[in-house]
Design a protein around this ligand. Structure first.
Ligand code: ATP
Ligand code: MG
Length: 422
């Protein structure tokens, strides 16, 4: 029979790689908690309307990429393509805004987009995200970007660059929109079909397009930074001054407009410059979305957030130092001793130790090879003599020593040898 394969663009993470994933997730948990964030967990499936209304129906995500389906109860559902919409929905649904003026949430988990798979671009991918509700910035914007940089630095992410921009708000957006339409209209014929269609509906989308012919034209587009109103300008200048004060290097890039409808004012991206990422060089995207909570039916609440793609981050971070030997491997010299090995393993594990063994009846030599492969720190050998003497041979693979230890003192001995943290 032809073996089944995973869905195209969806990947397994095998145990050998999980340690790196854990390092990323645990570092994010620790750092975000240190900045006052609490983790929220929302469903992977949401009403389709949530994403259409928040991300916007002229975006690639909504037009082409969502895994949407009608379930047996005829509900229109979608596998979440990103995390912010769900966080906002939960924030409103549980009247979280009534509990505290500022709410800081982090999240992690799989996202789904039916894109064309490529290096760094998958149909199921994982994001780490953070959202701050209730603070209009700009200082919290700087703090969030500083947290992001601290996180990336701690993981040894190489050659990354923070790029920032402002999309302005209200009037600024309208003025810029008009300027953009005026610039793009004479180029209309040269734009991609998607961009031609979106030119009137949402010209910002054209600037964000990945089609090469659109990017060429986008390069000459007017800068939104030349159109900022006074308040937007003050916000952006203070963000920059705060980043300076925090010592966060950044570059201003007026071509960052990002693909989602809900952004206003502060926008930022982290890009990898080292070339390891290929064409998919954006590790993190974020920005302010001051009107989204209101648009989804909540009270007016300014907010800002970001999302990091874990797979891309893994491509540029350094390797953790190789793990030391750890735990115990139990060897038994003959089939008659397997039950003793089983009981010994039970006792070690009950004592809080990490232990494994081999019951298949192989030679001591082959069991020893498994112990070595498992990178055990201690090997315990059960032989007829040891059973008769109520003892266990304990070999310390790091200290390269061996001794007989009384069976009834074995757990205490192992805890001592492994420093309790086996
Ligand atoms: P891209 O520029 O790659 O299209 P995007 O603007 O669509 O990214 P966001 O929606 O802002 O991305 O998501 C934030 C981050 O999630 C991205 O910077 C990236 O690291 C990651 N990401 C987005 N889409 C994918 C994907 N299909 N596969 C892997 N990672 C992804
Ligand atoms: Mg994309």
């Amino acid at each position: 029979m032809q073996p089944l394969r995973a869905v195209k663009g969806m990947n397994d993470v095998l145990p050998g790689d999980v340690a790196r994933w854990r390092r990323v997730e645990q570092t994010f948990e620790r750092i975000s908690a240190g900045y006052g964030f609490e983790e929220v967990r929302t469903p992977i499936v949401e009403p389709t309307a949530l994403f259409v209304r928040s991300i916007g129906d002229t975006t690639d995500i909504v037009e082409k990429e969502m895994y949407s389906f009608v379930d047996k109860g005829k509900d229109a559902l979608t596998l979440r393509p990103e995390g912010t919409a769900s966080a906002v929905r939960a924030f409103i649904q549980h009247t979280v805004y009534a509990r505290s003026p500022v709410t800081k949430w982090s999240y992690k988990g799989p996202m789904y987009r039916r894109e064309r798979p490529a290096k760094g671009r998958y149909r199921q991918f994982y994001q780490l995200g953070a959202e701050v509700f209730g603070d209009p910035g700009p200082h919290v914007d700087a703090e969030l970007i500083e947290m992001l940089v601290r996180f990336l630095t701690e993981l040894g992410a190489r050659d990354v660059e923070v790029r920032i921009n402002s999309l302005g708000s209200g009037e600024t957006r309208k003025r810029y929109r008009d300027a953009l339409v005026a610039y793009l209209t004479p180029h209309k014929e040269a734009l991609s079909a998607d961009s031609q269609r979106r030119l009137d509906l949402n010209p910002l989308r054209v600037i964000d397009s990945k089609a090469p012919q659109d990017q060429e034209i986008a390069r000459g587009a007017p800068s939104i930074l030349d159109h900022l109103g006074d308040d937007d300008r003050v916000h952006f200048d203070e963000l920059r001054a705060s980043l300076e004060a925090l010592g966060v290097p950044h570059v201003v890039d007026h071509t960052i407009v990002r693909g989602l409808d809900y952004y206003s004012r502060t926008l930022f991206e982290v890009k990898g410059r080292g070339g390891q990422l290929g064409a998919q060089d954006t590790i993190c995207g974020g920005g302010r979305y001051d009107r989204l909570v209101e648009e989804l039916g909540g009270p007016t609440t300014p907010a800002i957030g970001f999302a990091i793609g874990i797979e891309r981050l893994l491509m540029i971070m350094d390797d953790a130092p190789a793990a030391d030997r750890q735990g115990i491997f139990v060897l038994s010299a003959s089939p008659e001793l397997r039950r003793d090995a089983l009981v010994l393993l039970r006792d070690l594990r009950a004592g809080g130790l990490m232990a494994d063994g081999d019951f298949r009846g192989n030679s001591l030599k082959s069991q020893m090879r498994r112990a070595d492969k498992a990178r055990a720190a201690l090997v315990m050998i059960l032989g007829e003599d040891e059973i008769a003497q109520k003892s266990v041979q304990v070999r310390d693979l790091q200290a390269k020593s061996q001794e007989a230890v009384p069976r009834d003192a074995i757990v205490a001995h192992a805890l001592g040898a492994l420093g309790g943290a086996a």
